[in-house]
Design a protein around this ligand. Structure first.
Ligand code: HEC
Length: 116
């Protein structure tokens, strides 16, 4: 099975359970880890994505299992993070940070953008 299919399988089985299955984490600490570990460099400070460097991560991050799998064993170009450099707690905190990011308002709900 190639990595893409494996990831898809993990995502399907993790599916609707998503954030509920994630270990408890601190979004506040996770934000620091996200910066300190350079995730922001490729994925943007609020996980908005960095163009060619890395895809958007938030809002609505991957389910926990797929997220953890990607960070430990990236499916393509991303740098892998072993437990030596990023503990399970760090990973859980970084995930809590991404889960805490709320989507911005829709363009139609921003008064300055009405009429465009
Ligand atoms: C050097 C740039 C780089 C850094 C640093 C980086 N990523 Fe990534 N990330 C990528 C790229 C490129 C992908 C696309 C898939 C791949 O290459 O494996 C990706 C994919 C992902 C995905 C899957 C999202 C998707 O839609 O494919 C997650 C989740 C993720 N990264 C989390 C993280 C976290 C958390 C950190 C910090 C601990 C981090 N990344 C650091 C480049 C990076």
């Amino acid at each position: 099975m190639n990595k893409t299919i494996m990831l898809a399988a993990v995502m399907l089985t993790a599916g609707t359970a998503s954030a509920q299955n994630a270990p408890a984490g601190s979004a506040e600490r996770g934000q620091k880890i996200f910066m300190h570990q350079m995730c922001f460099n490729c994925h943007g400070t609020v996980g908005q994505g960095g163009g060619v460097a890395g895809p958007k991560l938030a809002p609505n991050p991957f389910p926990w299992a797929a997220f953890a799998q990607q960070v430990r064993k990236p499916r393509a170009e991303m740098t892998p993070y072993s437990e030596k450099n990023l503990s399970e707690q760090d990973l859980a905190d970084a995930y809590a940070y991404l889960v805490s990011i709320k989507p911005g308002p829709a363009a139609k709900d921003v008064p300055l953008l009405s009429g465009f």
